[in-house]
Unconditional design. Structure first.
Length: 125
């Protein structure tokens, strides 16, 4: 695994009924969550993201379907596909992210350590 791609295993309790995955402080979550949002119904061929954040930390979990992330720190560029609900991708500040190849059923949950702030974004001009 590269230094850019920080995957975390999300503790999962499975029994005959199914599975329950938990992201909590001190476990899979290294920060206090102040915002949660999710991407769903992404149209075929659409890519999203194309920005970095100045301060924000995020944990991305593809709870259904699959999506491919491309991360870059300006020096290297790495790709990883998220396709399971018990695996998270941590993305910290100053990391460029792109999301590609959303499956039609993809639901991508993002947990973040701050409220939405357009001033925290760095986008292409
Ligand atoms: P946008 O930043 O374009 O998504 P991405 O770059 O990840 O593809 O966000 C789409 C819209 O949603 C935009 O109008 C901003 C708004 N938005 C919020 O209001 N709150 C949020 O927490 C997020 C992530 C986006």
């Amino acid at each position: 695994m590269s230094g850019l791609i920080r995957l975390v295993d999300i503790p999962t309790h499975g029994d005959q009924r199914g599975s329950l995955s938990v992201a909590e402080l001190g476990g899979a979550l290294p920060f206090v969550v102040r915002r949660a949002y999710w991407l769903h119904g992404t149209q075929p061929g659409v890519s999203r993201g194309f920005h970095s954040h100045k301060k924000l930390n995020q944990l991305c979990v593809c709870v259904k379907g699959s999506v491919r992330f491309v991360l870059s720190d300006g020096k290297s560029r790495e790709s990883v596909t998220l396709d399971r609900p018990d695996r998270g991708l941590l993305i910290g500040p100053d990391t460029w992210r792109e999301m590609h190849d959303f499956s039609p059923d993809c639901v991508l949950l993002v947990l973040a350590d701050a409220e939405y702030d357009e001033g925290d974004y760095r986008r292409l001009q």
